[in-house]
Design a protein around this ligand. Structure first.
Ligand code: TRP
Length: 335
C-alpha cells in the first residue's frame, strides 16, 4: 500500500465554534481523516499574538478540543500546540530563514495590526503578531505535511511556508522539507444571517454568527430573523441571504429538501418561511447529535483531556525527530 499522505491544519482556540467554522473547515477535517494521516492542532501559541485574556486562554483551549471531538475529530489526530514546544524552537530557526520585509507585507499582519490600532488597544502590536506566519510554517513543516486544507485567507501564509522550506533546503544543500501544497476542497462559505454581504465570523459581533452548540430555540430564532431578500438583487439572481440558507441546507446533507426547494424557488412558489423552517430543522437535526456528544464529554472531561495529553505526547515524538535532524543540518548541537 502506498504511504498515506499527511495533512496538517490548525484552529485558534476562540471559545466557541460557529457554523461558518464548522461548514467551512471542520466538517472537511472530519472527512479528511479517512484518507490522510491527519494532524489537527488547537493553536494556543497563536492565540497569544493579539491582546487576550490570560484567565481565559486555557479554558478556551480545552473548550475548542471538546467541541472538535464532539463533531467527530478523532482524539488521536488532535493535539494542543503548546504541548509540542518544538514548534516554537523550529519557529526560531525559521525566523532566521525568513526576511523581515516579507512578514511586514503579509495581508493578515496589516489587517490585524490595523485592528489593534482602530480598537485603541494601547496600539500594542506584538512581535508575535508579525511572526505569526513563521510559527504557522513550523506547525506545517515539522510534520513534513504534504497538504494543508486552506481557505483563501490562508493562501499567503502557505506560500510563505513554501518559501521558507525552499530557502532552508537551498541553504543546507538538501531537499529536506516537503513543500506543502494547499488542499482546496469545495467547502461552503457561510454568510452572516444578519448581514449576508459579509461572511459569518465572530469578529463582526454577536448577531453575525450562530454557535454550533447553540440550543434549539436559539438556532430557530436566529434563522427566523435571517435577512433574505433586501430587494436590490438583479432579476434572476438569488439574493445572498436566500442563497446562504440554501447552502446551509445542502451542507447539512438534506439533498432531497434542497432539490425540492430549489425547484420551488425557480418556479416562483417558494415561501421564505418554508425555506427558513427547513433550514432550522436541518441545522437542529445535525447539531443535536453534536450537543449530545458534547454532553457526554462534559460529564467526563478528564477522559478526553487524558487522551489529548497522550496524543500530544505521541505527536511530539514526530516533531522531536524533525527538530533533531534540523539542528544537525543547520549546525546546532544535539545532545
Ligand atoms: N492561521 C490559521 C487560521 O487563522 C490557524 C493555523 C495556525 C493554521 N497554524 C496553522 C492553519 C497551520 C493551517 C496550518 O485559521
Amino acid at each position: 500500500m502506498a504511504e498515506m499522505k499527511t495533512v496538517l491544519s490548525g484552529i485558534q482556540p476562540t471559545g466557541q465554534l460557529h457554523l461558518g467554522n464548522y461548514f467551512g473547515a471542520i466538517q472537511n477535517w472530519v472527512k479528511l481523516q479517512e484518507q490522510y494521516r491527519c494532524y489537527y492542532s488547537v493553536v494556543d501559541y497563536h492565540a497569544m499574538t493579539m491582546p487576550y485574556d490570560v484567565k481565559k486562554l486555557r479554558t478556551n483551549t480545552w473548550d475548542m478540543i471538546f467541541s472538535l471531538v464532539a463533531t467527530g475529530v478523532k482524539t488521536e489526530n488532535l493535539f494542543i500546540q503548546s504541548l509540542v514546544p518544538e514548534h516554537t524552537e523550529l519557529n526560531w530557526i525559521f525566523n532566521c530563514f525568513c526576511s523581515y520585509g516579507q512578514l511586514t507585507r503579509m495581508t493578515q499582519f496589516k489587517d490585524k495590526s490595523g485592528q489593534v490600532k482602530d480598537g485603541g488597544k494601547d496600539e500594542f502590536i506584538s512581535v508575535g503578531l508579525l511572526d505569526y506566519p513563521v510559527l504557522q510554517t513550523a506547525d506545517i513543516l515539522i510534520y513534513r505535511a504534504d497538504y494543508v486544507p486552506v481557505g483563501k485567507d490562508q493562501e499567503q501564509h502557505l506560500e510563505l511556508a513554501r518559501d521558507i522550506a525552499l530557502r532552508f533546503n537551498t541553504q543546507v544543500g538538501k531537499e529536506y522539507f516537503v513543500l506543502p501544497e494547499p488542499l482546496y476542497t469545495d467547502t461552503p462559505k457561510i454568510r452572516s444571517t444578519a448581514d449576508p454581504s459579509r461572511k459569518m465570523s465572530k469578529s463582526a459581533g454577536e448577531k453575525h454568527y450562530i454557535n454550533l452548540y447553540a440550543d434549539e430555540a436559539t438556532i430557530r430564532r436566529q434563522i427566523k430573523s435571517a435577512v433574505t431578500d433586501s430587494g436590490d438583487t438583479p432579476d434572476g439572481k438569488m439574493a445572498d441571504g436566500v442563497q446562504n440558507l440554501f447552502e446551509i441546507i445542502k451542507a447539512c446533507g438534506w439533498d432531497k429538501e434542497y432539490r425540492q426547494l430549489t425547484e420551488d424557488y425557480y418556479s416562483g412558489h417558494l415561501k421564505y418561511v418554508d425555506l427558513k423552517q427547513v433550514t432550522a430543522d436541518a441545522l437542529v437535526s445535525l447539531t443535536s447529535q453534536f450537543i449530545a456528544r458534547r454532553q457526554e464529554i462534559n460529564a467526563d472531561k478528564k477522559a478526553i483531556k487524558d487522551q489529548i495529553k497522550q496524543s500530544s505526547s505521541d505527536i511530539r515524538t514526530v516533531a522531536q525527530k524533525t527538530l533533531r535532524e534540523v539542528k544537525e543540518l543547520v549546525g546546532l548541537l544535539n545532545v
